[in-house]
Write a protein that binds this ligand. Structure first.
Ligand code: FNR
Length: 363
């Protein structure tokens, strides 16, 4: 396999459209209702401006960073996404390989096609967290948590913003069902975990997730739990008060509440609350990140890592593990340029970079 050639992440979407079956492509690409939130996630980065810095005397910026004790080669991470098998037969195995090669944190979905053991066999040690869609059935949750930890996943994302599926018209038009068995459900049902619709999957998951669930997870496995899907300071405080070890500022890529604010717009207020509370925790931002400058802005406004969703799946479809690696490295390349032009030698320096917030009504 060769590296995937691209000039930017957006052009991958057009190419991926030709290699991913239609219903699966729209499942990936679409958002909820009118898709305003989905579009706005990227556009809202324009509300902030990176102020270039002159005469800094700095050269050779570096991307290495640490997150909850993990040594990473980039602040870009792979968001948990269901069913990588719709993009590539190697599915999460290739994603894990690509993330490892790039030195990036890999978030794996409860709805993955490959098992946690498959991933461990393929990559050995790598920075990786498992994502949890809590089921109503805690025997199932226990199975997911215990097997994940046993297979080298060193923490969890607890997704709290998708208790039911958003109203996704594209899935209704195409009658989308997951075309590749989801490994944990297959195991749970003794090999019958095929062909569910998104709505059916969500119906089996718990809708009443509350603060106590963080403790319940930690009682099964004492590892970090990051709460994914927070869009206001109150919820960040609720999560931290309940024992969360990190939060993801996210609206699920515009797939749940259409009309929800862009993560980048709410990040400053959330970061302020988190950093000034009794037990500050790291912050991840995802949603609409397509450029190195988006990564830069998120880091400068309070994020410690920045997640990408759809683009890596397009990379996976077009180029397997190398495709995933190439997508991360494309963002790295753009980010390094902005670091040089703002005099930021390290990822920590970006956190003190000068950002303007001017209202350009004419763009
Ligand atoms: C997702 N996302 C998601 N999140 C999660 O916690 N568990 C999951 O299984 C999934 N599945 C999923 C499938 C697909 C096709 C997409 C596009 C998204 C949400 C994901 O983790 C992330 O929040 C968004 O994808 C980030 O936005 P961008 O980068 O796709 O714009």
């Amino acid at each position: 396999e060769e590296k995937l050639h691209m000039v930017n992440l957006d052009e991958l979407e057009n190419e991926a459209k030709y290699v991913i079956p239609e219903a699966a492509y729209y499942y990936i690409a679409s958002g909820a209702e009118n898709e305003w939130t989905w579009r706005n996630n990227t556009q809202a980065f324009n509300h902030f401006q990176i102020v270039p810095r002159a005469l800094t005397g700095m050269q050779d910026p570096e991307l290495n960073t640490e997150f909850l004790g993990m040594k990473l080669k980039t602040p870009v991470m792979i968001c948990p996404i269901a069913c990588h098998g719709i993009a590539n037969a190697e599915a999460e195995i290739d994603t894990a390989k690509g993330a490892k090669a790039a030195g990036a944190l890999f978030g794996m979905s409860t709805y993955a096609n490959k098992s946690v053991q498959d991933v461990q066999n393929a990559v050995g040690d790598s920075p990786r967290f498992m994502q949890l869609y809590l089921s109503k059935n805690w025997d199932f949750n226990k199975m997911v948590i215990e097997e994940s930890v046993k297979a080298g996943f060193t923490g969890f994302f607890l997704t709290v913003d998708a208790l039911v599926s958003g109203y996704r018209e594209a899935n209704l038009r195409t009658n989308f069902t997951y075309p590749v068995p989801l490994a944990f459900f297959n195991e749970w049902t003794g090999g019958k975990g095929e062909g569910q619709s998104v709505a059916e999957m969500y119906a089996s998951s718990a809708q009443n997730i509350g603060p106590d669930d963080i403790r319940k997870i930690k009682d099964i496995a004492d590892v970090p739990v990051i709460v994914k899907g927070v869009e206001c300071a109150e919820d960040a405080m609720l999560a931290i008060g309940a024992g969360a070890d990190g939060i993801v500022v996210s609206n699920h890529g515009g797939r749940e509440v259409d009309g929800a604010p862009a993560p980048i717009d709410v990040l400053p207020e959330i970061a302020k609350a988190v950093k000034s509370c009794d037990r500050p925790v790291p912050i991840i931002l995802d949603g609409g990140v397509r450029r190195g400058s988006h990564v830069f802005k998120a880091l400068a406004l309070g994020a410690d890592l920045v997640g990408i969703g759809r683009p890596f799946l397009y990379g996976l479809a077009l180029g397997g593990a190398q495709g995933v690696q190439s997508v991360i490295e494309q963002l790295n390349k753009e980010l390094l340029i902005d670091m040089q032009l703002t005099g930021c030698k390290t990822i920590d320096d970006i956190k003190h970079a000068k950002i303007d917030h001017l209202d350009y009504t004419a763009d």
